[in-house]
Design a protein around this ligand. Structure first.
Ligand SMILES: [Ca+2]
Ligand SMILES: [Ca+2]
Ligand SMILES: [Ca+2]
Length: 235
């Protein structure tokens, strides 16, 4: 399935054009990636694009105050929002911001009530049962603060999702990896609403990461961003 490219993708395509032309022949003869043989990556119906953090960033102060900003593109058309499982725009956060008008949405670790197919993992997420954090397998998607509709056309249903990370739940002065994907329609109800609250070590390699998302079943590529969390105070 083809999707209308976003502004960022168009810019990247323009700047990468020369390289792409030079490598096209090599790519044409390269073996396909084999980590999801059942569904080639080009055929996946959902696309995830992470705007922040960027690869190699050194984000935040004392491990806080940094952004995760992303866009998820689901199939387009009049049924797009329903297929996405989108249950409304949200403006939410901790304490008194949690699930209040005018744009209510819940705020906690786990599956998001607004984008219920989204999984966001941090490789250094804390393990704290009292706060519902279960280490790197914790789905962080329900900690996003602002969610809304950025495009609703015949080509795509694009939903924008932004989180300002208010606590050092992924540590500080540490290299970390953000992993983002949309889980496949595992229960076959026609809706991408099957993200778990926490991802398990499904392939038994002793860690929870994108390979376990592939094992669970994904509707999108598994996007990874490697960056660092700055531990120094803001001032
Ligand atoms: Ca939410
Ligand atoms: Ca489903
Ligand atoms: Ca694993």
């Amino acid at each position: 399935m083809r999707h209308k490219p976003s502004k960022r993708a168009l810019f990247a395509a323009a700047t990468a054009g020369v390289v792409a032309a030079a490598t096209a022949v090599a790519a044409a003869v390269a073996a396909p990636e084999s980590d999801n043989a059942a569904r080639p990556k080009d055929d996946r119906p959902v696309e995830v694009e992470v705007f922040a953090p960027a690869e190699g960033d050194v984000a935040g102060a004392e491990g806080k105050g940094w952004f995760v900003d992303l866009e998820v593109s689901y199939p387009g058309g009049p049924d797009g929002l329903r297929q996405a499982g989108f249950s409304g725009a949200q403006l939410t956060g901790p304490a008194g911001h949690n699930n209040v008008p005018p744009l209510p949405g819940t705020f906690s670790p786990g599956q998001d009530d607004r984008l219920p197919g989204l999984v966001v993992l941090g490789s250094t997420t804390i393990d704290n049962p009292d706060r519902k954090f279960a280490g790197p397998g914790t789905n962080l998607a329900n900690l996003f603060n602002v969610t809304g509709i950025s495009d609703r056309s015949a080509d795509a249903t694009r939903l924008w999702d932004t989180w300002i990370v208010g606590d050092s739940i992924m540590g500080k002065d540490v290299d970390t990896v953000l992993t983002v994907a949309v889980i496949d329609d595992l229960d076959h109800n026609g809706v991408y609403d099957d993200a778990p609250d926490a991802v398990k070590d499904l392939n038994g390699d002793g860690r929870v990461d994108g390979k376990d998302l592939e094992a669970l079943g994904v509707a999108s590529e598994v996007e990874k961003v490697r960056f660092r969390l700055n531990g120094a105070p803001a001032a």
